[in-house]
Design a protein. Structure first.
Length: 97
């Protein structure tokens, strides 16, 4: 199952708190990318928040995986999790009129 995860900074989080965990966060994202659970990692162009594409068996698994990130464990960020499915509209192109 493909999952879109949108990061949201927890109100009150300070820049220096992020600095403390930044290297560990990058390391963990790399590890999850190598396992195939993280398929794509981005930052939004309009604000400093991550956008992740995960490949998981379920929404529950994606939540468990995201909880392993140092920024999440430190209470600095949370994720909005959106399960995705393939766009079904192309089938309309092949229906006889």
């Amino acid at each position: 199952m493909k999952i879109l995860a949108l990061e949201h900074e927890v109100p009150g989080a300070k820049a220096e708190q992020f600095e403390q965990y930044a290297k560990d966060e990058a390391r963990r994202v790399w590890e999850l990318t190598q396992t195939g659970l993280f398929r794509e990692s981005y930052f939004r162009a309009d604000r400093n928040e991550a956008v992740l594409i995960l490949e998981c068996e379920s929404v529950d698994q994606s939540e468990d995986v995201l909880k392993t990130l140092p920024f999440v464990r430190a209470g600095l960020i949370r994720f909005e999790i959106i399960p995705l499915k393939a766009y079904p509209g192309f089938a309309r192109l092949f229906v006889a009129d």
